[in-house]
Write a protein that binds this ligand. Structure first.
Ligand SMILES: Cc1cc2nc3c(=O)[nH]c(=O)nc-3n(C[C@H](O)[C@H](O)[C@H](O)COP(=O)(O)O)c2cc1C
Length: 330
């Protein structure tokens, strides 16, 4: 099946389904490979990876598929400059840069023929990235797991605002999407694809401890919290760490004291070691819409089929010639 949009045409993929780059969960070849082979865009999360592991994972993906895939690089990460050189030498098909401006990398990647997508969280940022010459944007709204924008503007509103601010740009919306209804919503808002994070954390190929996945499967839509305001907002599942951060805020601890609580915990402890009580169980609100772990390829196919069903069951507007009113027929 193919669902063609300006984003699928830009990226050369069959379906407007992007698997979000997620530190640890997509920091090896398994998940990106499965998603790209299923017709979406698989994304390798370079954030926490050692350069040689990243290189190996890129080689594994190239050996396992001839379809496009992306590497997500947070530009603030230690050693980013050396990684940029390595990614250029590897001639990756798509770069997804986050946490910084495009000037650092854009000219060299475009010269190498790499498609450059940039993660943004507001209209001004989006305009700047578009003017700098990126090929497309990923706008992340407040529902998102990981690092939502500090103002927590919902994807519904932020996505629409960015679609209006940079109408010429291929746009991918991220945050809150879990199924075909979400994909239909993203395309209705003006995007050419939706990006799915939490949905793919509940895939067999995600590199996550079973205790982490179990917590996600059981979580409801209201079970996440946003903590770390002022120095690194993250959306996590409510647990001992998150409650501790919330207490630190209400008890009026200084920024330094709160930061000490924040850095004492990590995503790695939860994702790899299974400490889902004291670790950072980063996840989006859409976690509550998913209640099973499936193979990633099946997730891609289901989202596409649901999309077709949802779109074909939307009410048609009919024009009443006498009253000149528009009415809906279901
Ligand atoms: C565990 C986790 C790790 C993440 N790591 C990254 C990352 O390394 N780089 C990045 O740009 N975004 C990261 N994100 C954000 C995702 O790319 C995406 O925007 C988000 O998951 C979308 O929200 P959703 O979970 O509701 O689908 C992460 C999200 C999660 C849940």
């Amino acid at each position: 099946m193919r669902i063609e949009t300006n984003v699928t045409k830009l990226l050369g993929i069959d379906l407007p389904i992007i698997q979000a780059g997620m530190s640890w969960a997509s920091s090896n070849s398994a998940l990106p490979l499965a998603v790209s082979n299923a017709g979406g865009l698989g994304v390798l999360a370079a954030g926490p990876m050692y350069p040689h592991d990243l290189e190996d994972a890129i080689d594994e993906i190239k050996a396992g598929t001839d379809r496009p895939f992306a590497v997500n690089l947070p530009l603030y990460r230690h050693g980013a400059d050396a990684i940029i050189d390595m990614l250029l030498a590897k001639r990756i098909p798509v770069l997804i840069a986050s946490q910084g401006g495009p000037k650092k990398y854009i000219d060299r990647f475009k010269a190498a023929g790499t498609i450059c997508l940039h993660v943004v969280s507001g209209e001004v940022h989006a305009r700047k990235a578009a003017d700098a010459g990126v090929d497309g944007l990923i706008a992340v709204g407040g529902e998102a797991g990981g690092h939502p924008p500090p103002e927590l503007v919902s994807t519904l509103v932020l996505g629409r605002a960015i679609a209006k601010a940079v109408p010429e740009m291929p746009l991918i919306l991220s945050g809150g999407f879990a199924d075909g209804s979400g994909l239909a919503a993203a395309l209705s808002l003006g995007a050419g694809a939706a990006q799915f994070g939490s949905r793919f954390m509940m895939s067999r190929e995600a590199r996550l401890h079973p205790a982490y996945q179990d917590m996600l499967v059981k979580a409801g839509v209201a079970d996440t919290m946003v903590v770390g305001r002022g120095f690194g907002v993250i959306r996590v599942i409510r647990n001992q760490f998150a409650e501790g951060m919330a207490r630190a805020e209400t008890e009026g601890l200084s920024d330094d004291q709160r930061k000490a609580v924040f850095v004492a915990s990590s995503l790695k402890a939860a994702a790899l070691d299974g400490d889902v009580s004291g670790g950072k169980v980063e996840a989006g609100q859409s976690t509550g819409l998913v209640s099973e772990v499936l193979p990633a390829a099946e997730i891609v196919t289901r989202i596409a089929k649901e999309y077709v069903q949802v779109v074909s069951s939307l009410p048609n507007a009919v024009y009443d010639g006498n009253s000149k009113e528009i009415s809906n027929v279901g």
